[in-house]
Design a protein around this ligand. Sequence first.
Ligand code: FES
Length: 121
Amino acid sequence: MPKLTVEDVGTFDVPQDKRLVNALSDEAGIDQLHACGGNARCTTCRVQFVEGEPARMTQAEKDVLAARGLTVHPGLRLSCQITADHDMTVKAISRLAGSGRADAGKRPADDIQPPPAWTQK
Ligand code: FES
């Protein structure tokens, strides 16, 4: 079972291959934003990797990070496009508290959406 560490929050066991965005909400219990419902459109599910950044990346994540000019930030990734398949440590940098939003967004599906086309970072 992979371990997810969220800086200043704690370390949590996460079911193998669970979507990271849902693990942040369910296991870590934080108010992670996911405004587009986990569809690689909004980038509010972003996290900052400290350790264990995955080498693989969905084409959808790659495209939206590039379109938003976010590739200049090393370690910034979209939690809705990542599965918990190994130990990882992240900073939660996009939370409901202080965002001014009414809610965190519709709960993302259990599986990565859109269906992932895997590429390398
Ligand atoms: S890009 Fe919108 S929830 Fe991930």
